[in-house]
Structures are given as structure tokens and as C-alpha cells.
Design a protein around this ligand. Structure first.
Ligand code: H79
Length: 471
């Protein structure tokens, strides 16, 4: 039994307890009369699909994409509001094709998409009645790309979620601002901004675009638990299945140091998964939470013309495997151009990752933590903050698992027979996922050590996956 399954069932047990306690409160007579309460079906775990999906596409796209200096350009260069607003008049992404974007995600093996519906600049990338500062009313494009994406996602069976900068807004008076304000127009009352713009726009997103998989909040400057509850109440009222990330109240970087009280407050508020810091794969994620980490494909979120520092497909695969081996989901970013094009460099990397997943997907989708008794191999050297250098410095291998199967991701091909320690259960068959015939490999098992005789060369230099079938 692998640990991720234990975690799932522990989660279910907790829900069961809650449901039972809830029933005892609601029906005290029934529970005193009945000797034993009827077993209740476990309450639904809204976020269970994340374990199945594991891999999503993050999209940062806005009127800032025209400048090619990232989504923080207005703030970093202290561009006055009136001047930044002019970017709307020239935003016309004529090459935007929702189906093409969704196909790129699908071919990469991604199972969900999260797109910026409004970033910190305050500009809505959807038709909003709440504020005219939106793509339909303020640009020559006049189309609603989120509507088009929602339709394309429905067609291709991909879930769609919306990033919404719920606290920071550099356009609306009173919106929260990190390193500001720099323009008198930004001054105002945060609560007014929150009630008059943030909540009404979140309502629009959850009513006009079909099922919303995730409401992805970010940088909760000035947020309080009460305000977070206002959002979760609204979301649950409109779409009970929509997931909400922990950034509704806590910055990603603060997640590892949250206290048990803070974590249970998050659960109580209605948060569905922990969202760790930007570009940070946590060392020891909390085991009883769904979690996600977001990563850039180069060094930027929003399009940056001068950023050519692309991660290799091998690095991306390693990161996806590491996240899966810790039971999380990997949200990998693209920053399309102002014309609406996902950069060809990004598409090429994603296609290679997708090709790897077509062969090795069973070790990722629905797979999770392995319960090897001996510790996972250590990384060779600490990795850069932005995740660079993973392929050069990471461990030789990592393990993922599902009930009855253990997957060893070999990043470096062993020179000798591969000895794996700490295996619980008896191994019945060992094969390579990249071998189309799944030809059994020769192996011996001594207690909890399994020694596998591998072919002389890796089948895939980036990650050849060894599959151990267990009894
Ligand atoms: O949407 C992406 C980022 O814009 C957002 N989170 C991800 C998913 C984010 N918001 N705030 N931060 C990240 C922290 C911001 C740090 C920096 Fe900067 C912005 C570093 C460089 C630009 C502020 C301005 C600090 C230095 C210059």
C-alpha cells in the first residue's frame, strides 16, 4: 500500500468523522436511539482530481505582454496609471486561437489550465460588467478569450481555472500594492476595492464560464481570514466543486512554516490545496494536504522578450517526477506574446515532455509517494532558487508509486546491476515502461533489497522508468 493512498484514506476518515459528528448534532434523537450510527458515504474530496492530473499549464497573459518586460513592468518601472491604461488601446492579439493553446497543453500531457483572468495590473482579460477596464470593452480585440478557452477546454476534456489577483490591484483605488503606491490615483480604501471590484469580478468568473476548476489567488496583501471567507462563501455558493488555493490568505513562501492552527484555519475557511512558493518544490510538503507548485519554463511568468533561459525537457521531467514523488501537482507556466502566440521554444519543450508522458504516464497520473523504507537518494548539490540546474545536480533516481506498483525513475543509468533497498512486499515482475513489449527483466530479491539487471544503455536519457510489480 503506498503512502499516498494512506493519506487519501486518512483524509476520507476525517471527513467521515466530521460527517458523523455533524449528523449527531443535527439528529441527536436518532443517534441516541440507534446502537451504532449507519456508516456514511465519505464526503467528496473536491481536490481528488489533482492526484490524477498532476500536471497543468499556467498562462500569464495581459496587456503587459506587449512591452515584453514581464507582468510586473507597471510596478517595477512605476508607470503612471493613465499611461499604462493606453496599453489597452493597442492590445490586439489577432493570432490568439484558444483551441491551439488547449491542444498544446493536451499534447504536453497537461490535464488542466490556469490562466490569469486579472493580474496585479488590474486589467480584466474577460468581459466584465464590473469595470470597463477589460479586454472586451477597452481593446480593439473586443473578444473574450476566457470564453473561447472555456469552450476549447470543454471540447478537449481539460479543466480550466482562473488566476485572479484578489488583493493586489494597481489600477483600482485602494487595491493592495507591494512597493507602492506611485500614482495618486491608486490611493483609496482596500475594503471598498474588495467589495466593489474583487468579489463582483470573482462572481462573474464563476457564473459566465462554465465549470471553473480552480480559483487561483495570489499575494494576499491586506487580506484577513474574514475576507478570505467572503470569497470562499461566494465560490461555494456559485460552484461548490471549484478548488481554492492557500494563497487566498497566505503567501506561498510562508506555507512551510504555518502552524497546525493556521493550517486548520485554512481548512475551515475552505481552502482545498496548499500553493507553495513560486518556483519552489517543497522539501517536505505537508502529507495530509493536496498541494501544488508553480514553475516558469524560462525565468519569467509574463512574456519577456530577452529571456532565453529555457529549462530543458529533462529538467522539466525531473521536476514533474519530484513533485509527483511528493504527492503534489506541477503547474508549469507559459507567457504568450501580445499577438497571442505561445513561444515556439516553449511549445517544443512541452511537446517533448508530452512524448515522455505518453510512454511513462502511468508513473505520474494517479501515482504518488512511494513508501520505500530506505530514504530517497539525496540531491548532489543544492538547487538554485529558480529551479535551474536540476538535471545536472539532482539525485540519480526518484520513486513514485500506486497500489501494487513501484516506479523507479532512473535519471542516471547505473553502471552495475541496480540495487534498490527498502522495498516492502514481494516483487513479481520488473520491466521498463519505455520497452513497448514490457519484457521482464532479470532480478533477485533478498529481504527488502531488489537487484535488477538492466540493459547496457538507458532507453531514455532523461528518465527511463523501471516498473516493479508487487504482491
Ligand atoms: O504571477 C506570478 C508573479 O507575478 C506573482 N506570482 C507568480 C505566480 C508574484 N507576485 N508577487 N511576487 C510574485 C513576488 C514578486 C517579486 C518580484 Fe520584483 C517582482 C521580483 C521581480 C519582480 C518586486 C519588483 C520585487 C522586485 C521587483
Amino acid at each position: 500500500m503506498n503512502r499516498s493512498m494512506n493519506v487519501l484514506s486518512r483524509g476520507k476518515q476525517n471527513w467521515l468523522k466530521l460527517a458523523v459528528v455533524g449528523l449527531m448534532v443535527l439528529f441527536p434523537l436518532a443517534t441516541t436511539r440507534a446502537a451504532a450510527p449507519e456508516p456514511q458515504p465519505p464526503a467528496q474530496d473536491r481536490a481528488a482530481w489533482m492526484d490524477e492530473a498532476r500536471f497543468g499549464m499556467f498562462i500569464h497573459w495581459g496587456i503587459y505582454s506587449q512591452l515584453g518586460r514581464g507582468e510586473w513592468v507597471m510596478n517595477r518601472e512605476k508607470i503612471p496609471v493613465a499611461e499604462y491604461e493606453k496599453l489597452a488601446a493597442t492590445f490586439n492579439p489577432v493570432k490568439f486561437n484558444a483551441e491551439e493553446w488547449v491542444r498544446i497543453a493536451k499534447d504536453a500531457g497537461m490535464r488542466y489550465i490556469v490562466i490569469t483572468s486579472k493580474h496585479h495590473d488590474g486589467f480584466a482579460m474577460f468581459g466584465s460588467k464590473v469595470s470597463p477596464y477589460n479586454i472586451v470593452d477597452a481593446t480593439p480585440f473586443k473578444r473574450d478569450p476566457l470564453k473561447e478557452l472555456a469552450a476549447a477546454c470543454q471540447k478537449y476534456g481539460i479543466r480550466l481555472g482562473f488566476y485572479y489577483s484578489h488583493a493586489q490591484d494597481w489600477h483600482h483605488p485602494g487595491g493592495a500594492i507591494s512597493r507602492g503606491p506611485w500614482d495618486p490615483r491608486q490611493k483609496g480604501d482596500f475594503d471598498t476595492y474588495f467589495q466593489k471590484k474583487a468579489l463582483p469580478q470573482i462572481r462573474e468568473l464563476l457564473t459566465g464560464y462554465g465549470p471553473v476548476a480552480v480559483l487561483w489567488c495570489d499575494t494576499p496583501w491586506q487580506m484577513t481570514p474574514e475576507k478570505a471567507r467572503q470569497i470562499t462563501r461566494l465560490v461555494r455558493e456559485l460552484q461548490p466543486a471549484t478548488l481554492i488555493n492557500s494563497r487566498i490568505l497566505y503567501h506561498g513562501r510562508d506555507i512551510p512554516s504555518l502552524s497546525p492552527e493556521q493550517l486548520s484555519e485554512l481548512r475551515d475557511i475552505g481552502v482545498d490545496f496548499l500553493s507553495y512558493g513560486d518556483r519552489q518544490i517543497p522539501a517536505n510538503p505537508f502529507p495530509d494536504w493536496h498541494w501544488e507548485t508553480c514553475m516558469t519554463l524560462n525565468r519569467s511568468w509574463g512574456y519577456r522578450a530577452d529571456d532565453h533561459d529555457w529549462k530543458t525537457p529533462a529538467t522539466v521531467i525531473r521536476m514533474l517526477v519530484e513533485v509527483t514523488s511528493k504527492g503534489g501537482s506541477f503547474l508549469l507556466n507559459v507567457g504568450p506574446t501580445a499577438e497571442g502566440v505561445i513561444q515556439p521554444e516553449a511549445v517544443a519543450i512541452l511537446r517533448q515532455v508530452g512524448d515522455w508522458l505518453k510512454v511513462n504516464g502511468e508513473s505520474i497520473y494517479g501515482a504518488g509517494r512511494a513508501n520505500l523504507k530506505s530514504p530517497a537518494p539525496a540531491a548532489r548539490a543544492p538547487r538554485g532558487r529558480r529551479g535551474e540546474g536540476a538535471a545536472e545536480t539532482g539525485p540519480d533516481w526518484l520513486a513514485t508509486a500506486r497500489p501494487g506498483k513501484l516506479y523507479i525513475h532512473l535519471f542516471r543509468w547505473p553502471q552495475e546491476p541496480f540495487a534498490l533497498k527498502g522495498v516492502s512486499g514481494s516483487v513479481e515482475k520488473v520491466s521498463l515502461l519505455a520497452d513497448p513489449a514490457h519484457e521482464p527483466l532479470r532480478f533477485q530479491q533478498d529481504d527488502d533489497t531488489v537487484t535488477v539487471h538492466l540493459p547496457p544503455k538507458a532507453l531514455d536519457d532523461r528518465d527511463t522508468v523501471l516498473c516493479l510489480e508487487l504482491r
